[in-house]
Design a protein around this ligand. Structure first.
Ligand SMILES: *[C@@H]1O[C@H](CO)[C@@H](O)[C@H](O)[C@H]1NC(C)=O
Ligand SMILES: *[C@@H]1O[C@H](CO)[C@@H](O)[C@H](O)[C@H]1NC(C)=O
Ligand SMILES: *[C@@H]1O[C@H](CO)[C@@H](O)[C@H](O)[C@H]1NC(C)=O
Ligand SMILES: *[C@@H]1O[C@H](CO)[C@@H](O)[C@H](O)[C@H]1NC(C)=O
Length: 440
Protein backbone atom coordinates (compact mmCIF):
# COMPACT_ATOMS: atom_id res chain seq x y z
CA UNK A 1 0.00 0.00 0.00
CA UNK A 2 1.48 3.29 -1.06
CA UNK A 3 2.15 5.72 1.72
CA UNK A 4 0.75 9.17 1.80
CA UNK A 5 1.78 12.13 3.78
CA UNK A 6 -0.97 14.54 4.62
CA UNK A 7 0.80 17.23 2.69
CA UNK A 8 0.96 14.99 -0.31
CA UNK A 9 -2.72 14.47 -0.04
CA UNK A 10 -3.40 18.18 -0.03
CA UNK A 11 -1.26 18.67 -3.09
CA UNK A 12 -2.90 15.71 -4.64
CA UNK A 13 -6.36 17.09 -3.99
CA UNK A 14 -5.46 20.42 -5.51
CA UNK A 15 -4.08 18.77 -8.61
CA UNK A 16 -7.30 16.94 -9.10
CA UNK A 17 -9.19 20.15 -9.49
CA UNK A 18 -7.69 20.64 -12.91
CA UNK A 19 -9.66 17.80 -14.27
CA UNK A 20 -12.89 18.41 -16.03
CA UNK A 21 -14.22 15.09 -14.92
CA UNK A 22 -14.04 16.20 -11.35
CA UNK A 23 -15.71 19.51 -11.64
CA UNK A 24 -19.12 18.19 -10.93
CA UNK A 25 -17.98 16.45 -7.83
CA UNK A 26 -16.08 19.53 -6.75
CA UNK A 27 -19.15 21.55 -7.26
CA UNK A 28 -20.88 19.23 -4.86
CA UNK A 29 -18.31 20.19 -2.29
CA UNK A 30 -18.65 23.89 -2.91
CA UNK A 31 -22.38 23.53 -2.86
CA UNK A 32 -21.96 21.98 0.51
CA UNK A 33 -20.24 25.07 1.67
CA UNK A 34 -23.38 27.04 1.15
CA UNK A 35 -25.40 24.89 3.42
CA UNK A 36 -23.66 25.20 6.70
CA UNK A 37 -26.52 23.84 8.71
CA UNK A 38 -26.61 20.31 7.47
CA UNK A 39 -22.99 19.29 7.42
CA UNK A 40 -21.45 22.11 9.35
CA UNK A 41 -18.74 20.22 11.11
CA UNK A 42 -17.38 18.60 7.99
CA UNK A 43 -17.12 20.81 5.04
CA UNK A 44 -15.41 24.00 6.04
CA UNK A 45 -11.86 22.96 5.46
CA UNK A 46 -12.73 21.50 2.11
CA UNK A 47 -14.71 24.49 1.10
CA UNK A 48 -11.87 26.81 2.00
CA UNK A 49 -9.43 24.63 0.19
CA UNK A 50 -11.47 24.53 -2.97
CA UNK A 51 -12.54 28.10 -2.99
CA UNK A 52 -9.03 29.39 -2.54
CA UNK A 53 -8.23 27.49 -5.68
CA UNK A 54 -9.53 28.76 -8.97
CA UNK A 55 -11.25 25.71 -10.24
CA UNK A 56 -9.58 24.44 -13.38
CA UNK A 57 -11.13 24.84 -16.74
CA UNK A 58 -14.54 23.46 -17.22
CA UNK A 59 -15.25 22.71 -20.84
CA UNK A 60 -18.93 23.12 -21.12
CA UNK A 61 -20.26 22.47 -24.61
CA UNK A 62 -20.38 25.91 -26.22
CA UNK A 63 -24.10 26.15 -27.07
CA UNK A 64 -24.70 26.07 -23.37
CA UNK A 65 -22.31 28.82 -22.41
CA UNK A 66 -24.08 31.80 -20.94
CA UNK A 67 -23.86 34.95 -23.02
CA UNK A 68 -25.17 37.04 -20.19
CA UNK A 69 -26.00 36.46 -16.60
CA UNK A 70 -29.44 34.99 -16.60
CA UNK A 71 -32.06 35.14 -13.93
CA UNK A 72 -32.12 32.13 -11.68
CA UNK A 73 -35.31 30.20 -11.87
CA UNK A 74 -35.43 28.93 -15.42
CA UNK A 75 -32.26 27.90 -17.22
CA UNK A 76 -33.73 28.25 -20.73
CA UNK A 77 -31.26 25.77 -22.13
CA UNK A 78 -28.43 28.25 -21.74
CA UNK A 79 -26.75 26.51 -18.84
CA UNK A 80 -25.84 22.93 -18.10
CA UNK A 81 -28.30 21.63 -15.54
CA UNK A 82 -27.14 19.75 -12.49
CA UNK A 83 -29.81 18.03 -10.47
CA UNK A 84 -29.34 17.23 -6.79
CA UNK A 85 -31.31 14.00 -6.97
CA UNK A 86 -30.97 13.10 -3.31
CA UNK A 87 -30.54 16.65 -2.23
CA UNK A 88 -28.22 18.18 0.21
CA UNK A 89 -29.56 21.57 -0.69
CA UNK A 90 -33.11 22.79 -0.64
CA UNK A 91 -32.88 25.04 -3.64
CA UNK A 92 -35.44 24.76 -6.40
CA UNK A 93 -33.17 26.51 -8.84
CA UNK A 94 -30.01 28.54 -8.65
CA UNK A 95 -27.21 29.55 -10.95
CA UNK A 96 -23.90 28.60 -9.45
CA UNK A 97 -20.29 28.53 -10.41
CA UNK A 98 -18.99 25.46 -12.10
CA UNK A 99 -15.43 26.14 -13.06
CA UNK A 100 -15.26 29.32 -15.12
CA UNK A 101 -18.83 28.87 -16.15
CA UNK A 102 -22.21 28.77 -14.61
CA UNK A 103 -24.54 25.87 -14.15
CA UNK A 104 -28.10 25.66 -13.06
CA UNK A 105 -28.43 23.69 -9.83
CA UNK A 106 -31.76 22.38 -8.81
CA UNK A 107 -33.50 19.77 -6.72
CA UNK A 108 -36.48 19.90 -9.06
CA UNK A 109 -36.72 16.41 -10.48
CA UNK A 110 -38.76 17.50 -13.47
CA UNK A 111 -35.40 18.36 -15.04
CA UNK A 112 -34.61 14.68 -15.35
CA UNK A 113 -35.42 14.68 -19.05
CA UNK A 114 -34.34 18.21 -19.90
CA UNK A 115 -31.88 18.16 -22.82
CA UNK A 116 -29.40 20.36 -20.90
CA UNK A 117 -29.28 18.09 -17.87
CA UNK A 118 -25.77 16.74 -17.58
CA UNK A 119 -25.38 15.45 -14.08
CA UNK A 120 -27.17 14.06 -11.09
CA UNK A 121 -25.73 14.54 -7.64
CA UNK A 122 -26.50 12.13 -4.85
CA UNK A 123 -25.93 12.80 -1.19
CA UNK A 124 -25.05 9.34 0.12
CA UNK A 125 -26.89 9.38 3.40
CA UNK A 126 -30.15 10.14 1.64
CA UNK A 127 -29.48 8.00 -1.41
CA UNK A 128 -32.71 6.20 -2.05
CA UNK A 129 -33.30 3.34 -4.42
CA UNK A 130 -36.80 4.66 -4.92
CA UNK A 131 -37.25 6.71 -8.08
CA UNK A 132 -33.72 6.95 -9.41
CA UNK A 133 -33.23 9.15 -12.48
CA UNK A 134 -33.94 6.33 -14.92
CA UNK A 135 -33.78 5.89 -17.79
CA UNK A 136 -30.24 7.26 -17.73
CA UNK A 137 -28.88 8.74 -20.92
CA UNK A 138 -25.33 7.96 -21.98
CA UNK A 139 -24.46 11.60 -21.31
CA UNK A 140 -25.78 11.60 -17.73
CA UNK A 141 -23.03 11.81 -15.15
CA UNK A 142 -23.85 10.48 -11.72
CA UNK A 143 -21.86 11.80 -8.78
CA UNK A 144 -21.85 10.57 -5.21
CA UNK A 145 -21.01 12.71 -2.23
CA UNK A 146 -20.84 10.66 0.92
CA UNK A 147 -18.92 12.16 3.78
CA UNK A 148 -20.39 9.96 6.49
CA UNK A 149 -19.45 6.64 7.98
CA UNK A 150 -19.82 3.62 5.70
CA UNK A 151 -22.21 2.19 8.27
CA UNK A 152 -24.60 4.87 7.15
CA UNK A 153 -25.33 3.26 3.81
CA UNK A 154 -23.27 0.16 3.22
CA UNK A 155 -24.53 -0.74 -0.22
CA UNK A 156 -23.05 2.39 -1.75
CA UNK A 157 -19.57 1.06 -1.24
CA UNK A 158 -19.95 -2.29 -2.90
CA UNK A 159 -18.49 -2.61 -6.34
CA UNK A 160 -21.78 -3.04 -8.25
CA UNK A 161 -23.11 0.24 -6.86
CA UNK A 162 -20.07 2.46 -6.44
CA UNK A 163 -19.21 1.91 -10.09
CA UNK A 164 -22.55 3.34 -11.15
CA UNK A 165 -21.13 6.74 -10.28
CA UNK A 166 -18.79 8.58 -12.60
CA UNK A 167 -17.51 10.75 -9.75
CA UNK A 168 -17.16 9.96 -6.09
CA UNK A 169 -16.18 11.90 -3.02
CA UNK A 170 -15.87 9.65 0.02
CA UNK A 171 -13.50 8.98 2.89
CA UNK A 172 -11.50 6.62 0.71
CA UNK A 173 -8.22 7.94 -0.67
CA UNK A 174 -9.14 6.09 -3.85
CA UNK A 175 -12.29 8.06 -4.48
CA UNK A 176 -12.05 10.81 -7.07
CA UNK A 177 -12.15 13.50 -4.43
CA UNK A 178 -10.90 11.97 -1.18
CA UNK A 179 -12.41 13.42 1.99
CA UNK A 180 -10.07 11.49 4.25
CA UNK A 181 -8.79 14.55 6.07
CA UNK A 182 -12.13 16.33 6.16
CA UNK A 183 -12.10 16.40 9.95
CA UNK A 184 -8.67 17.96 10.20
CA UNK A 185 -9.21 21.68 9.82
CA UNK A 186 -5.58 22.65 9.37
CA UNK A 187 -2.04 21.51 9.92
CA UNK A 188 -1.48 24.40 12.31
CA UNK A 189 -4.11 22.99 14.64
CA UNK A 190 -2.45 19.61 14.48
CA UNK A 191 0.93 20.93 15.55
CA UNK A 192 -0.44 23.54 17.95
CA UNK A 193 0.54 23.18 21.58
CA UNK A 194 -2.14 25.52 22.81
CA UNK A 195 -3.97 22.80 24.71
CA UNK A 196 -0.99 20.71 25.70
CA UNK A 197 -0.96 19.86 29.41
CA UNK A 198 2.59 19.17 30.69
CA UNK A 199 3.21 15.62 31.79
CA UNK A 200 4.03 16.63 35.37
CA UNK A 201 0.58 18.14 35.61
CA UNK A 202 -1.05 15.12 33.99
CA UNK A 203 0.69 12.97 36.58
CA UNK A 204 -0.67 15.12 39.41
CA UNK A 205 -4.14 14.94 37.88
CA UNK A 206 -3.92 11.18 37.89
CA UNK A 207 -4.91 11.29 41.56
CA UNK A 208 -8.41 12.21 40.49
CA UNK A 209 -8.52 11.21 36.85
CA UNK A 210 -8.20 7.88 35.09
CA UNK A 211 -5.35 7.50 32.60
CA UNK A 212 -7.88 7.06 29.79
CA UNK A 213 -10.92 9.01 28.75
CA UNK A 214 -13.78 7.85 26.55
CA UNK A 215 -16.55 10.07 25.23
CA UNK A 216 -19.04 8.42 22.94
CA UNK A 217 -22.76 8.63 22.51
CA UNK A 218 -23.23 6.38 19.47
CA UNK A 219 -23.24 3.03 21.23
CA UNK A 220 -22.80 -0.43 19.72
CA UNK A 221 -21.80 0.46 16.13
CA UNK A 222 -20.39 -2.05 13.63
CA UNK A 223 -16.84 -1.83 14.99
CA UNK A 224 -18.20 -3.25 18.25
CA UNK A 225 -15.98 -0.84 20.15
CA UNK A 226 -18.15 -0.79 23.27
CA UNK A 227 -17.78 -4.51 23.89
CA UNK A 228 -14.01 -4.10 23.63
CA UNK A 229 -13.90 -1.05 25.86
CA UNK A 230 -16.22 -2.61 28.40
CA UNK A 231 -13.67 -5.39 28.76
CA UNK A 232 -10.76 -2.94 28.70
CA UNK A 233 -12.32 -1.15 31.67
CA UNK A 234 -11.92 -4.29 33.74
CA UNK A 235 -8.16 -4.01 33.33
CA UNK A 236 -7.48 -0.29 33.36
CA UNK A 237 -9.37 2.70 34.64
CA UNK A 238 -11.35 4.66 32.06
CA UNK A 239 -13.36 7.82 32.66
CA UNK A 240 -16.35 7.63 30.35
CA UNK A 241 -18.33 10.84 30.00
CA UNK A 242 -20.60 9.98 27.07
CA UNK A 243 -23.78 7.91 26.96
CA UNK A 244 -21.85 4.73 26.16
CA UNK A 245 -20.37 3.01 29.22
CA UNK A 246 -20.99 6.21 31.15
CA UNK A 247 -19.32 6.38 34.55
CA UNK A 248 -18.48 10.04 35.05
CA UNK A 249 -20.39 13.28 34.54
CA UNK A 250 -19.23 16.35 32.72
CA UNK A 251 -19.84 19.67 34.44
CA UNK A 252 -23.48 20.62 33.84
CA UNK A 253 -22.81 23.35 31.23
CA UNK A 254 -20.96 20.82 29.07
CA UNK A 255 -23.54 18.08 29.10
CA UNK A 256 -25.17 19.30 25.92
CA UNK A 257 -23.84 17.34 22.93
CA UNK A 258 -23.08 20.62 21.15
CA UNK A 259 -20.44 21.33 23.81
CA UNK A 260 -18.00 18.96 22.11
CA UNK A 261 -16.14 21.85 20.51
CA UNK A 262 -16.06 24.08 23.56
CA UNK A 263 -12.72 25.04 25.00
CA UNK A 264 -13.71 23.86 28.46
CA UNK A 265 -14.52 20.42 27.13
CA UNK A 266 -11.33 20.24 25.10
CA UNK A 267 -9.41 21.22 28.20
CA UNK A 268 -10.91 18.31 30.11
CA UNK A 269 -9.82 15.88 27.40
CA UNK A 270 -6.36 17.43 27.22
CA UNK A 271 -5.77 16.64 30.90
CA UNK A 272 -5.83 12.92 30.18
CA UNK A 273 -2.85 10.92 29.09
CA UNK A 274 -4.87 8.86 26.63
CA UNK A 275 -8.06 9.39 24.69
CA UNK A 276 -9.89 6.35 23.35
CA UNK A 277 -10.42 6.95 19.65
CA UNK A 278 -12.41 4.03 18.31
CA UNK A 279 -14.10 4.49 14.96
CA UNK A 280 -17.60 3.18 14.39
CA UNK A 281 -16.51 1.14 11.38
CA UNK A 282 -13.32 -0.48 10.18
CA UNK A 283 -12.32 0.67 6.71
CA UNK A 284 -9.05 1.84 5.21
CA UNK A 285 -8.91 5.66 5.32
CA UNK A 286 -12.03 5.99 7.43
CA UNK A 287 -10.57 8.38 9.98
CA UNK A 288 -12.53 10.95 11.91
CA UNK A 289 -12.10 13.70 14.46
CA UNK A 290 -11.79 10.94 17.04
CA UNK A 291 -8.18 10.61 15.96
CA UNK A 292 -7.39 14.22 15.12
CA UNK A 293 -8.89 15.73 18.27
CA UNK A 294 -6.50 14.12 20.77
CA UNK A 295 -3.57 14.71 18.42
CA UNK A 296 -4.48 18.38 18.33
CA UNK A 297 -4.84 18.50 22.11
CA UNK A 298 -1.61 16.72 22.90
CA UNK A 299 -3.20 13.65 24.46
CA UNK A 300 -2.25 10.28 23.00
CA UNK A 301 -5.02 8.65 20.96
CA UNK A 302 -5.61 4.98 21.55
CA UNK A 303 -6.81 4.21 18.07
CA UNK A 304 -8.93 1.50 16.59
CA UNK A 305 -10.39 1.80 13.10
CA UNK A 306 -8.70 2.28 9.76
CA UNK A 307 -6.18 -0.58 9.38
CA UNK A 308 -3.93 1.77 7.40
CA UNK A 309 -4.03 4.59 9.95
CA UNK A 310 -0.26 4.54 10.35
CA UNK A 311 0.13 6.04 6.90
CA UNK A 312 -1.84 9.08 8.08
CA UNK A 313 -0.21 9.67 11.46
CA UNK A 314 2.24 12.51 12.03
CA UNK A 315 4.74 9.96 13.25
CA UNK A 316 4.95 6.28 14.10
CA UNK A 317 4.88 7.23 17.73
CA UNK A 318 1.93 9.53 17.93
CA UNK A 319 -0.87 7.10 18.67
CA UNK A 320 -1.26 3.77 20.40
CA UNK A 321 -2.80 1.71 17.62
CA UNK A 322 -4.74 -1.34 18.73
CA UNK A 323 -3.00 -4.24 17.04
CA UNK A 324 -4.98 -6.81 15.05
CA UNK A 325 -6.11 -9.50 17.42
CA UNK A 326 -4.86 -7.65 20.49
CA UNK A 327 -7.04 -8.34 23.50
CA UNK A 328 -8.34 -5.62 25.80
CA UNK A 329 -6.15 -7.06 28.52
CA UNK A 330 -3.00 -6.85 26.40
CA UNK A 331 -3.85 -3.33 25.41
CA UNK A 332 -4.37 -2.39 29.06
CA UNK A 333 -0.91 -3.76 29.88
CA UNK A 334 0.68 -1.61 27.19
CA UNK A 335 -1.14 1.47 28.39
CA UNK A 336 -0.28 0.90 32.06
CA UNK A 337 3.34 0.66 31.13
CA UNK A 338 3.19 3.99 29.33
CA UNK A 339 1.24 5.50 32.20
CA UNK A 340 3.94 4.49 34.64
CA UNK A 341 6.92 5.38 32.52
CA UNK A 342 7.24 9.09 31.81
CA UNK A 343 9.99 8.75 29.26
CA UNK A 344 8.10 6.23 27.20
CA UNK A 345 4.94 8.30 27.39
CA UNK A 346 6.72 11.46 26.32
CA UNK A 347 8.06 9.66 23.27
CA UNK A 348 4.48 9.68 21.98
CA UNK A 349 4.39 13.46 22.15
CA UNK A 350 7.84 14.09 20.75
CA UNK A 351 6.42 14.86 17.32
CA UNK A 352 4.38 17.63 18.92
CA UNK A 353 7.26 19.09 20.87
CA UNK A 354 9.26 19.20 17.68
CA UNK A 355 6.33 21.02 16.10
CA UNK A 356 6.36 18.46 13.37
CA UNK A 357 2.84 17.46 12.61
CA UNK A 358 3.85 16.26 9.24
CA UNK A 359 6.75 15.13 7.25
CA UNK A 360 7.73 11.89 8.93
CA UNK A 361 6.38 10.06 5.97
CA UNK A 362 7.48 12.72 3.53
CA UNK A 363 10.44 10.75 2.31
CA UNK A 364 8.56 7.52 1.90
CA UNK A 365 7.01 6.28 -1.29
CA UNK A 366 4.88 8.49 -3.42
CA UNK A 367 1.14 8.14 -3.45
CA UNK A 368 -0.73 7.26 -6.60
CA UNK A 369 -0.38 9.64 -9.51
CA UNK A 370 -3.25 12.13 -9.32
CA UNK A 371 -3.64 12.06 -13.07
CA UNK A 372 -4.28 8.36 -12.98
CA UNK A 373 -6.95 8.76 -10.37
CA UNK A 374 -8.55 11.67 -12.17
CA UNK A 375 -8.62 9.82 -15.47
CA UNK A 376 -10.13 6.73 -13.94
CA UNK A 377 -13.74 6.34 -14.76
CA UNK A 378 -14.66 4.40 -11.66
CA UNK A 379 -14.00 4.21 -7.96
CA UNK A 380 -12.95 0.92 -6.44
CA UNK A 381 -15.22 -0.79 -3.93
CA UNK A 382 -15.42 -0.24 -0.23
CA UNK A 383 -12.13 -0.60 1.60
CA UNK A 384 -13.86 -2.05 4.66
CA UNK A 385 -13.34 -5.16 6.70
CA UNK A 386 -15.95 -7.75 5.83
CA UNK A 387 -16.29 -8.76 9.43
CA UNK A 388 -16.76 -5.07 10.24
CA UNK A 389 -14.91 -4.99 13.48
CA UNK A 390 -13.74 -7.11 16.34
CA UNK A 391 -14.60 -10.46 14.81
CA UNK A 392 -13.48 -12.35 17.87
CA UNK A 393 -14.23 -9.56 20.30
CA UNK A 394 -15.25 -10.27 23.83
CA UNK A 395 -18.96 -10.82 24.19
CA UNK A 396 -20.77 -8.08 26.00
CA UNK A 397 -24.31 -8.36 27.22
CA UNK A 398 -27.28 -7.70 25.02
CA UNK A 399 -26.29 -5.26 22.33
CA UNK A 400 -26.90 -4.24 18.79
CA UNK A 401 -23.64 -5.78 17.72
CA UNK A 402 -25.33 -8.89 16.35
CA UNK A 403 -27.11 -6.98 13.62
CA UNK A 404 -24.15 -5.48 11.78
CA UNK A 405 -22.77 -8.66 10.24
CA UNK A 406 -26.10 -9.74 8.72
CA UNK A 407 -26.83 -6.18 7.69
CA UNK A 408 -23.52 -6.06 5.84
CA UNK A 409 -24.28 -9.35 4.08
CA UNK A 410 -27.70 -8.05 3.17
CA UNK A 411 -26.14 -4.91 1.70
CA UNK A 412 -24.09 -7.07 -0.66
CA UNK A 413 -27.30 -8.50 -2.07
CA UNK A 414 -28.94 -5.10 -2.24
CA UNK A 415 -26.00 -3.79 -4.22
CA UNK A 416 -26.26 -6.62 -6.74
CA UNK A 417 -30.01 -6.12 -7.12
CA UNK A 418 -29.66 -2.40 -7.56
CA UNK A 419 -27.02 -2.80 -10.21
CA UNK A 420 -29.16 -5.21 -12.15
CA UNK A 421 -32.20 -2.96 -12.05
CA UNK A 422 -30.26 0.15 -13.00
CA UNK A 423 -28.68 -1.67 -15.92
CA UNK A 424 -32.15 -2.47 -17.22
CA UNK A 425 -32.43 1.30 -17.41
CA UNK A 426 -36.11 1.42 -16.59
CA UNK A 427 -38.00 2.95 -13.72
CA UNK A 428 -38.59 0.36 -11.01
CA UNK A 429 -40.60 0.17 -7.86
CA UNK A 430 -39.45 -0.57 -4.32
CA UNK A 431 -41.31 -3.87 -4.50
CA UNK A 432 -39.42 -4.88 -7.61
CA UNK A 433 -36.20 -4.04 -5.84
CA UNK A 434 -36.95 -6.19 -2.81
CA UNK A 435 -38.16 -9.04 -4.99
CA UNK A 436 -34.82 -8.86 -6.76
CA UNK A 437 -32.91 -8.80 -3.45
CA UNK A 438 -34.68 -11.87 -2.15
CA UNK A 439 -34.38 -13.68 -5.47
CA UNK A 440 -30.61 -13.43 -4.99
C1 LIG B 1 -39.99 22.40 -11.39
O1 LIG B 1 -39.60 22.82 -12.67
C2 LIG B 1 -40.70 22.93 -13.59
C3 LIG B 1 -40.13 23.31 -14.93
O2 LIG B 1 -39.34 22.27 -15.42
C4 LIG B 1 -41.65 23.99 -13.10
O3 LIG B 1 -42.76 24.05 -13.98
C5 LIG B 1 -42.12 23.62 -11.70
O4 LIG B 1 -42.93 24.65 -11.19
C6 LIG B 1 -40.94 23.40 -10.79
N1 LIG B 1 -41.40 22.94 -9.52
C7 LIG B 1 -41.25 23.65 -8.40
C8 LIG B 1 -41.78 23.04 -7.16
O5 LIG B 1 -40.66 24.71 -8.39
C1 LIG C 1 -20.71 6.94 -16.21
O1 LIG C 1 -20.79 5.69 -15.56
C2 LIG C 1 -21.65 4.77 -16.21
C3 LIG C 1 -21.76 3.55 -15.30
O2 LIG C 1 -20.54 3.01 -15.01
C4 LIG C 1 -21.07 4.44 -17.57
O3 LIG C 1 -21.90 3.52 -18.23
C5 LIG C 1 -20.97 5.72 -18.38
O4 LIG C 1 -20.34 5.47 -19.59
C6 LIG C 1 -20.19 6.77 -17.63
N1 LIG C 1 -20.33 8.03 -18.32
C7 LIG C 1 -19.30 8.80 -18.60
C8 LIG C 1 -19.61 10.08 -19.30
O5 LIG C 1 -18.17 8.52 -18.25
C1 LIG D 1 7.69 3.72 11.05
O1 LIG D 1 7.37 2.36 11.05
C2 LIG D 1 7.58 1.73 9.81
C3 LIG D 1 7.05 0.31 9.89
O2 LIG D 1 7.19 -0.22 11.16
C4 LIG D 1 9.04 1.79 9.46
O3 LIG D 1 9.27 1.18 8.22
C5 LIG D 1 9.48 3.23 9.42
O4 LIG D 1 10.86 3.31 9.19
C6 LIG D 1 9.14 3.93 10.69
N1 LIG D 1 9.42 5.33 10.53
C7 LIG D 1 9.96 6.05 11.50
C8 LIG D 1 10.19 7.49 11.19
O5 LIG D 1 10.23 5.59 12.59
C1 LIG E 1 -41.06 6.28 -11.78
O1 LIG E 1 -41.81 5.68 -10.77
C2 LIG E 1 -42.27 6.55 -9.77
C3 LIG E 1 -42.97 5.76 -8.70
O2 LIG E 1 -43.05 4.42 -9.02
C4 LIG E 1 -43.17 7.60 -10.36
O3 LIG E 1 -43.57 8.50 -9.36
C5 LIG E 1 -42.43 8.33 -11.43
O4 LIG E 1 -43.27 9.25 -12.06
C6 LIG E 1 -41.88 7.37 -12.44
N1 LIG E 1 -41.06 8.10 -13.37
C7 LIG E 1 -41.12 7.90 -14.66
C8 LIG E 1 -40.20 8.73 -15.49
O5 LIG E 1 -41.85 7.10 -15.16
Amino acid sequence: MARFSLRRLFVFCLCLSASFFLIITLQAVVELGQFEGKVQKHKLPLKDRWESQQMGSLQVPSPLLPRERGTPGEPDGRYPIIVWWSPLTGEMGRLGECGRNRCFFTINKTYHNHPSTQAFLFYGTDFNIESLPLPRKASHHWALFHEESPKNNYKLFHEPVVTLFNHTATFSRLSHLPLTTQYLESLELLTSRAHLVPLAQKNRLRRTLAPLVYVQSDCDPPSDRDAFIRELMRHIQVDSYGACLHNRDLPAPLQDSTAMDEQAFLHILAQYKFVLAFENAVCDDYITEKLWRPLKLGAVPVYYGAPNVVTWLPSNRSAVVVAPGESPEELARRLKRLDENDEEYEAYLEWKHRGQGLGEHEQTERGPDPQNLAGRSQSPPMPCAEDVGFAAGPTGGASLRGIWGPSYQQSVKEARALRLLVERNRNFTVNQFWRQVFAD
